[in-house]
Design a protein around this ligand. Sequence first.
Ligand code: PLP
Length: 498
Amino acid sequence: MDERDEDRTGAADDLFQRTADLARWLVERDRLSPVTPPPSPEQLRAELDLSLPAEPRQEGEWFDALREVVERTPSTSSHRFYNQLFAGRIPAATVAEALTALLNSSMYTYKAAGVHTLIERRVIARLCELVGYRSGGGTFAPGGSMANLVALIVARNEAFPRVRDEGGAAAAGAVVYVSDQGHYSIRKNAGMLGIGRANVRAVRSDHEGRMIPSALSEAIAADREAGRTPLCVVATAGTTVMGAFDPIDEIATLCERERIWLHVDAAFGGSFLLHPELRQRLRGVERSNSVAWCAHKMMGVPMPCSAILVRYAERSSSGSGASPGGEDPNLLRRHFNEAADYLFQQDEADLNLGHESLQCGRRNDAFKLWAAWQALGDRGWRERLERQRHLALTAVARIEREPALELLHRPESLCVCFTVSGVASDELCAELSRRGLESVGYGLVRGAKAVRLVTSNPEVTEGEIERFFDDLLAVADDLRRRGGAAAATTESVAATRE
Ligand SMILES: Cc1ncc(COP(=O)(O)O)c(C=O)c1O
C-alpha cells in the first residue's frame, strides 16, 4: 500500500465512523425525544446554507452540512409519530437499504443486478402466493400510486388491445370505478393515462367506509346504458383515512359477471395477508386481476417498497403457457416490453426485469423487504401485525372511556378516527405538533374533520398510547379555554360596541 492508498483508507474509515456516529445519534433521538416540530421555512433558510457551491467543499465541511440537515429533519420513527400510514423502522431493512445505496444496482438487467434479480423474483413470487395467484408475476414501482398506475395501464391495454400502439383514442369511453374513500392516485392516474379524471366514478361507501356493491352495480349499468366501456374496478383494501376494506369477494363476483378488470389497491392493507385471521378482511383477493401492495406502510420497510402483482392466465396442461392468440402470458412483459439493443443483450431474457417495468434504470426495492423477512420470518410479520392491531384496539378502548372523545367507526385496521368535543380536529393536531408533543393528522370522515391516529409502529407501548391521549385531552382543554376566552372577548367587544 503506498501513501496515497493509506490516506484514502484512513479518510474512508473516518467517513464511516462519522456516518455511524450520526446514525447512532439519529436512532437515539427517535427513541428519546418527542416530536420535533418542523422549523418554519423562514427559520430553515436563516439557519442553513442550502445553496449549491461552485467549488468543492472539504469532507469535514460537507459532512457538517449533511449533519445540519439531518438534525432538522422531522422524525417519522419517534414513538410519538402517528401521523402517516408508515412509522418506525426495521433494522435489517434499514441496513439493506443503506447497502443498496452502496451497491447501486439497477434492476433492469441480470448483468447489472445479478443476485438481486433472483431476490426480486423470489419476493414477488411469495407475495403472489400470499394473494393466492396460482400464476402471476409482478414488479416494484416507485410507490403505491405508481403501482396503481401500472395496474391501470395493464387493465386498459388488455381491454383495448390497440391502445399501446395507436394511442388514447383507441380507448375512448373507458370508465374506472373506485369508492369515494379510494386513494386520489386513481383519479390522478386516469388523468395521466388519457382515460380522463371525469371518467372515474366515486362509488358510494357505507358508514364504515366500505364500497357499497349495489352502488357499484348501478354505476356500471348506467355507464353501459350510456354506451361507455367499464374498464376497471378498484377495490381498496385499507382505505387511506378509515383503514376500511371494501368487500372484495362480492366485488369480484360483479367484475367476473361484467368481465371487468378488478384491481385491489392494497397499498396499506395488503400486509394483513401475512396474518391467518386478519387476511380474512381481503377475502376474494385471489379472484382479482392485480394487487398493489406497499411494504413501506405497515411493514416498516424504508420507502419506497411497492409491489404491483398481476394474475396471469394459468398454464395449459401442455405447459405451453402462451395464450390462445400466442401472446406473452406475462402481462407485464406484454405491455411494457421494448427492444433496446444497447441494454438487453444477454441470454437470460427472463431475468432482464427491465422488460416488465415502468422504468428503465430502476432502484432495488426488493432487497430491503427480503432482508426484513430474513430478520422476522413469517412469524415475525404475524406478531408485528398482532401488536399493531393491539395498539389500535388500546386506542379504541381509551376513546370509549373518555366522555370528551367520539369514535367515528369500528376500526378494521390500524387507523382510528375520532373527534374531540368542542375542539376542531385540525387545530388540535396543529397544536399538538407545535408544542412538540405528538404528531398526528386529521382526515375527513363522512365530510367532517376527524383526528386519525395510525398505529403502524409496533415499538410503541400501551403506555405511550395512553400518554398520547393524556396530551391530546390536556391540549384540547387548553384550546377550549382559549376558545372560550376568545369568545368571551368577542362578546365583550360586541357588548361595548352596542
Ligand atoms: C390506499 C392507498 N393507495 C395508494 C396510496 C399511495 O401510496 P404511495 O404514497 O406509496 O404512492 C396510498 C397512500 O397513502 C393509500 O393509502
